[in-house]
Design a protein around this ligand. Structure first.
Ligand SMILES: Nc1ncnc2c1ncn2[C@@H]1O[C@H](COP(=O)(O)OP(=O)(O)OP(=O)(O)O)[C@@H](O)[C@H]1O
Ligand SMILES: CC(=O)C(=O)O
Ligand SMILES: [K+]
Ligand SMILES: [Mg+2]
Length: 602
């Protein structure tokens, strides 16, 4: 670790003359080589001398005195130093936590690899197990300065297999006869399958088709005995544990809602538990309408003073049919391709995904693409080329986040899977930026050379562009319109001026999300004094949430945050920052305090 002559700053920053200094592999410890040594990353390490380091110390003291401190997470800080502003990954990563990655060490490795949100699927494991994982993540956030949000994903009401007589998968032979029942049986009983719900066969007729997991195997119903179904295999395959059952008549899905509520008693218990443990997101499985989402949102906001975001999972036909109203009612969406593929033909998934992502952006809701992104990595240490193409396509479509399921929960290569997501998304983001730049070049030629001239030019260009956007966003609720225009404007300005970063000061994260919605090239640093806003913004494309203590005097806040970031070596002389204000001091009632400024670091 550091030697006596090194200056150890806050948050693990060390100024050292020793280039061979070795650190425990912890990203928050960043050696900054002082004068006389080779500088590792000159662009972002502009702290060279002890005098400057002393200056930083003064600033940190000031920071403490004025109660203004920057809660940067260790991973973004490290990534920024290493790769610079434009190198920061924009697409967020959600990892499902399971037995393969629930130790403190494994969670830390996933966090260091860039996991933004940890997902707990309440279908599996015990309350104690979930509690243990949540506490570990909170402890890591606290002790190691990570910023990993926690999501619980409800079990929901769905017909699935609870027992097929074997611990693992079972082969299904052509023409074999099987009994599907809701009655529990002891030990192994060949050719018998227990479903989780007594009414699973309601409305089903002889001649209907019973499909396993959207096509893993198919049967014809040949006899109905009470609630049980006797079936003959027509398309051989395999039963996996927890396989899902659906029914088709003349090739069309038999839609049945079984009278089951979207949230069962167990789901409500899990939600209570999540609220009590301070989770950041609740993902609602098998949503069928907007009302259930509104109901849960209202319930949660009445129960918790923190803002907990409710995400609706689009994973059945009903949710697909009403998805616009569901998107509007929710705080975000998950394209749950696993179960969706049980309800709709697989070939429709890619277009459905693209449409959902598009609508989510239109309505300004973050969207996660989930399931089977790197499925082969549950078993193998490298992905298939097709999987990398799928990940890249989701990134190109500008999804906010990508999710790993079994790849991290049960697979031995979870960290590798995270790094594949990281590399594939960074690569595609770079490509998309280049593509956008090329298409922008086909339009107006940039005339101005100085920043001042470019600002004047861009104001005029953006005013024209805004006309086009107005048409595009007519379907957006009225209350969003005026704010939207400001932030479309800000994002376009940021892209066209080539600023290095956008700083937005925000309480509830709304303006940060409006900026993110426009997918600007520079990263969006969202400074907020609300911890739950910070954790919620973790899911949004291109947003790096930073916890900060803000005073009522915004100009001083801006000056101080820029100073602190500069002294931390994260911006350098000449960098241009677009500063967007969305914090109206308590004593001001108008929105006149919303502003956009371009600041050059001096
Ligand atoms: N906490 C856990 N304990 C044990 N196994 C888990 C856990 N979480 C996930 N898994 C396993 O990882 C695999 C993928 O997990 P995941 O929960 O994402 O499945 P899913 O079926 O796509 O989700 P959902 O049930 O919400 O549709 C499953 O095979 C599941 O058995
Ligand atoms: C993630 C999930 O629930 C699904 O894909 O079905
Ligand atoms: K679930
Ligand atoms: Mg599902």
């Amino acid at each position: 670790m550091a030697v006596a002559s090194d200056l150890v700053l806050s948050r693990g920053l060390i100024i050292t003359k020793n280039p061979s200094i070795s650190f425990k592999s912890h990203v928050s410890v960043t050696p900054i080589l002082s004068k006389g040594c080779q500088t590792v990353k000159p662009k972002y390490c502009n702290l060279r001398t002890k005098a400057q380091a002393a200056e930083v110390q003064v600033l940190i003291d000031q920071e403490n005195k004025h109660g203004l401190s920057l809660g940067f997470d260790a991973v973004s800080e490290g990534e920024l130093r290493e790769k610079g502003f434009l190198g920061l990954r924009k697409t967020k990563m959600v990892c499902t936590i399971g037995p393969a990655c629930c130790s403190m060490e494994d969670l830390e490795k996933l966090a260091m690899g860039g996991m933004n949100v940890a997902r707990l699927n309440m279908c599996h494991n015990t309350r104690e197990w979930h509690l243990d994982v949540i506490r570990k993540i909170k402890q890591l956030n606290h002790e190691k300065l990570f910023c990993v949000s926690v999501m619980i994903d409800t079990e929901g009401s769905q017909i699935h297999v609870v027992d097929h007589g074997e611990p693992n998968s079972v082969k299904v032979e052509e023409d074999s006869i099987w009994l599907f029942t809701a009655i529990k049986f002891e030990g192994s009983r060949p050719f018998t399958v227990k479903a989780n719900y007594a009414g699973f066969s309601e409305g089903i007729e002889v001649g209907d088709e019973l499909v396993i997991d959207g096509g893993m195997a198919s049967f014809e119903v040949i006899e109905k005995v009470g609630n049980d179904l006797r079936c003959k295999c027509t398309d051989p395959g395999v039963f996996l544990p927890r396989a899902k059952l659906s029914f088709r008549r003349n090739g069309i899905l038999v839609e049945r809602n079984h009278g089951l509520p979207t949230l069962s008693k167990k789901d409500w218990d899990d939600i209570e538990f999540g609220i009590a443990e301070g989770v950041d997101f609740i993902a609602m499985s098998f949503v069928c309408d907007a009302d259930s989402v509104r109901h849960l949102k209202k319930y949660v906001s009445g129960k918790s003073s923190r803002s907990i975001k409710v995400l609706a999972k689009i994973e059945n036909l009903e949710s697909l049919q009403k998805f616009e109203e569901i998107v509007e009612a929710s705080d975000g969406i998950m394209v749950a391709r696993g179960d969706l593929g049980v309800d709709i033909p697989l070939e429709q998934i890619p277009t459905v995904q693209e449409i959902i992502i598009h609508v989510c952006r239109q309505l300004n809701k973050p969207v996660i693409v989930a399931s089977q992104l790197l499925e082969s990595m549950v078993e193998y240490p490298t992905p298939t080329r097709a999987e990398v193409a799928d990940v890249s396509e989701a990134v190109r479509q500008y999804a906010d986040a990508l999710m790993l399921s079994g790849e991290s929960a049960i697979g031995p290569f979870g960290q590798k899977a995270v790094s594949v997501l990281q590399m594939a998304s960074s690569r595609m983001e770079l490509w998309s930026r280049e593509e956008n730049r090329q298409s922008a070049l086909c339009g107006q030629r940039q005339l101005g050379e100085s920043l001042h001239d470019r600002i004047a030019e861009q104001i005029c260009n953006c005013a024209v562009d805004m006309g086009g956007y107005l048409l595009l966003f007519l379907s957006i609720p009225d209350h969003l319109n005026s704010a939207l225009l400001d932030f479309i404007y800000a994002s376009k300005l940021a892209n066209n001026l080539g600023v290095d970063a956008i700083f937005v000061y925000t309480k509830h994260g709304h303006m940060a999300s409006l900026l993110s919605r426009n997918r600007p090239n520079p990263p969006i640093f969202a400074f907020t004094n609300d911890d739950s806003t910070r954790m919620a913004l973790n899911l949004q494309w291109g947003v790096i949430p930073v916890l900060v203590n803000l005073s009522d005097d915004m100009e001083t806040n801006i000056a101080k945050t820029i100073d602190l970031i500069k002294m931390k070596g994260m911006v350098k002389y000449g960098d241009a920052v677009l500063v967007v204000l969305d914090l109206t001091p308590a004593h001001v009632t108008s929105t006149a305090f919303q502003s956009i400024q371009v600041k050059t670091i001096v």
